[in-house]
Design a protein around this ligand. Structure first.
Ligand code: AMP
Ligand code: GLY
Length: 426
């Protein structure tokens, strides 16, 4: 089959890479893609979703897979479906689980799915009143999409009130912040759980852990993610069962009951407090870099999984995973996440070590092809992924590969998967 992948990051590269190894896949297209997806297929520019749907129809592309949230929230799935095209991802309405934190919190409340205690409001007095009831730290969230910046963890009531006032006035995030959530702070550790659903059935993928902070030891500012690994030993059978029974199953059932069946990747950002899972957020797409470590663990052909999920046919698929670990280390550019960096050429040493060539690979993200050469042009430039029989082995391969890749200003965390290694050593 021929497949189109919508997006341009490492996540989309990872999906494309899995498809490129799938014997059922003939041609792969990316829109817009990046300077390296050209090695896997063809990049397509399209003015809007209608134009992209025209292209898909003309080429007879069998399946479209959407990577990022923006096109989903803007309704790409609805447009493709209305034209009879097969597309993997949630509809615009179902994408509100990510697009509106208020929709999400109210949904969780309705179906009794565990989450932090909260109020939603557009009135400053109400916000202030609830803030006075809580002990700091206090969490203030803008309702809409704010490119990952809409969450403030305030260390005092004053700071929380100030953040709420800035959001409600529109000063902080414009219309996206004119309704806010104020919620209690949950103190625990974070886990990402991904489920692929066709609206009724679902498959839970191996649990991954992301590293959101820029610097080693989880210090420094938040980023899109500096590295990830899967499966994580931070989850045991019992916790897994709780997550499935209390969170994933009621979410998929609840969305179906509400007439907005969730098709696509449900990404539950969880906080585990004293062994109990709480939903911090939902995303309606794969995490990045989590996708880069999950794709290589998939034993079932990627095209089959995504096609069956997009055609309400998951019940006829037994999804299998490799009995291995994957660790992904993000190589970022000099000024990430503060600002743009000067483009710099990427030089990759010839990989002569056979084991390394076999057990590690690169997922390219913020890269462009300039006069035939690959340049680092984005914040997160690429992800070095190592695969192994243990987390340590996978991590060693990932870092070995990271040492073979060079560009001016390259930076990365040196401690990806440290919590897992601590658990394994103790
Ligand atoms: P969100 O976009 O809602 O996931 O928030 C971004 C990050 O803020 C999360 O990954 C957590 O690290 C943190 N966070 C959000 N809500 C809470 C909460 N209620 N308690 C503690 N940390 C939170
Ligand atoms: N890695 C976190 C995210 O994709 O949102």
């Amino acid at each position: 089959m021929d497949v189109l992948v919508v997006g341009s990051g490492g996540r989309e590269y990872a999906i494309g890479l899995a498809l490129s190894k799938d014997p059922a896949v003939r041609n792969i297209y990316f829109s817009p893609g990046n300077g390296a997806t050209l090695q896997l297929g063809q990049n397509v520019e399209a003015e809007d979703f209608e134009a992209l749907a025209d292209f898909v129809q003309e080429k007879g592309i069998d399946l479209t897979i959407v990577g990022p949230e923006a096109p989903l929230v803007e309704g790409i799935v609805d447009i493709f479906r209305s034209r009879g095209l097969t597309i993997f991802g949630p509809t615009q309405k179902a994408a509100l689980l990510e697009g509106s934190k208020i929709y999400m919190k109210n949904f969780l409340k309705k179906y009794d799915i565990p989450t932090a205690r909260y109020i939603e409001t557009s009135i400053m007095e109400e916000a202030a009143e609830f803030i006075d009831e809580l002990d700091p730290p206090i969490v203030v969230k803008a309702d809409g999409l704010c490119a990952g910046k809409g969450v403030i963890i305030a260390q005092s009531k004053e700071e929380a009130k100030e953040a709420a006032a800035k959001m409600l006035s529109g000063e902080a995030f414009g219309p996206a912040g004119q309704r806010v959530i104020i919620e209690e702070y949950l103190d625990g550790y974070e886990l990402s759980i991904f489920a692929i659903s066709d609206g009724q059935e679902y498959v839970i993928l191996p649990a991954a852990q992301d590293h959101k902070r820029l610097l080693d030891g989880d210090k420094g500012p938040n980023t899109g993610g500096m590295g990830a690994y899967a499966p994580t030993p931070l989850i045991d059978e019992e916790l897994y069962r709780k997550i499935e029974e209390r969170i994933i199953a009621p979410t998929i059932e609840g969305m179906a009951k509400d007439g907005v069946p969730f098709e696509g990747v449900l990404f539950a950002g969880l906080m585990i407090v004293d062994g109990e899972p709480y939903v911090l957020e939902y995303n309606v797409r794969f995490g990045d870099p989590e996708c880069e470590v999950l794709m290589p663990l998939l034993k079932t052909p990627a095209s089959e999984l995504f096609y069956k999920a997009a055609t309400k046919d998951l019940k006829n698929l037994q999804v299998e995973f490799e009995d291995k670990y994957a660790v992904g280390v993000v190589l970022a550019s000099e000024n990430y996440p503060y600002g743009k960096s000067k483009p710099s050429e990427i030089i990759i040493d010839e990989i002569v070590h056979e084991d390394l060539a076999k057990h590690a690979h690169i997922c390219f993200a913020g890269v462009s092809l300039i006069e035939g050469k690959l340049f680092a042009t984005g914040g997160r430039v690429l992800v070095c992924v190592g695969i192994g029989d243990t987390i340590k082995e996978a991590r060693d391969y990932a870092y070995f590969l990271a040492g073979q890749v060079h560009f001016a200003g390259k930076k990365f965390r040196s401690d990806i998967a440290y919590q897992a290694l601590e658990v394994n050593e103790s």
